[in-house]
Write a protein that binds this ligand. Structure first.
Ligand code: URA
Length: 220
């Protein structure tokens, strides 16, 4: 039988290509997170989605289930997507880092942010994944994702909500507040930050509609 080509332009669907990549990621040992993970969390959703959401990395529940954004932060993200009429069937969701970063304390593991080295080790997987997905628009969720995809000096509180050229990854990219950050606030501040996330997602929805109307630059 002829060998399958990983190029989505010559036969394989995005879903096939993602599945093949996920199988390679599942056995990755490029950084020390491989030693403490339960499993990799590759990403899920519509492989042909024009909008891709890239978070920081899996937490405890994501590590347990193998699915991105399924904990409290994920529930808030779902709520803010739904406020714009968007469900997980409309988008593809993944993370900049595919394994849970944690500190082992006695018999318990506590989440921690991935280190710059861990993020750098995972970056080739993310670029390969985005190269298959080829979205029109990326929402980069939280500072570590924005530092990875937009600018290492990115300042999330000052620069969120600003559209940028997506470079090699997509046509347009914007960073939004991380729902886990929003959940650390209460009362009116929580409501204000939650509304900011809803509004930024609304801006992304409009950006997709606008981008779909613009012709794709063709090679020939
Ligand atoms: N936070 C993230 O950035 N990603 C997840 O998948 C879950 C929580």
């Amino acid at each position: 039988m002829a060998e399958q080509t990983p190029d989505p332009d010559v036969g394989q669907t995005h879903a096939d290509s993602l599945e093949a990549l996920a199988a390679r990621v599942a056995v990755c040992t490029r950084c020390p997170l491989a030693a403490t993970r339960t499993q990799t969390v590759f990403g899920e959703g519509n492989p042909d989605a024009p909008l891709v959401i890239v978070g920081e990395g899996p937490g405890e529940q994501e590590d347990q289930t193998g699915r991105p954004f399924v904990g409290r932060a994920g529930m808030l993200l779902d709520e803010c997507l739904l406020a714009n009429g968007i469900t997980r069937r409309h988008v593809y969701i993944c993370n900049a880092v595919k394994c849970r970063a944690c500190i082992i304390e006695g018999r318990r593991a506590r989440n921690r942010p991935p280190t710059p080295d861990e993020m750098a080790a995972c970056y080739p997987w993310l670029t390969e994944q985005l190269g298959i997905l080829r979205p029109l628009v990326i929402l980069s969720v939280g500072a570590p994702s924005a530092k990875t995809l937009i600018d290492p000096a990115f300042q999330i509180m000052r620069q969120r909500g600003q559209w940028r050229d997506g470079g090699a990854h997509c046509r347009h990219i914007m960073a939004v507040l991380h729902p886990a950050f929003i959940l650390r606030h209460g009362g009116e501040e929580f409501e204000r930050l939650r509304q900011t996330l809803i509004d930024d997602i609304g801006s992304a929805r409009r950006k997709v509609i606008e981008a779909k109307k613009q012709p794709q630059p063709a090679l020939f």
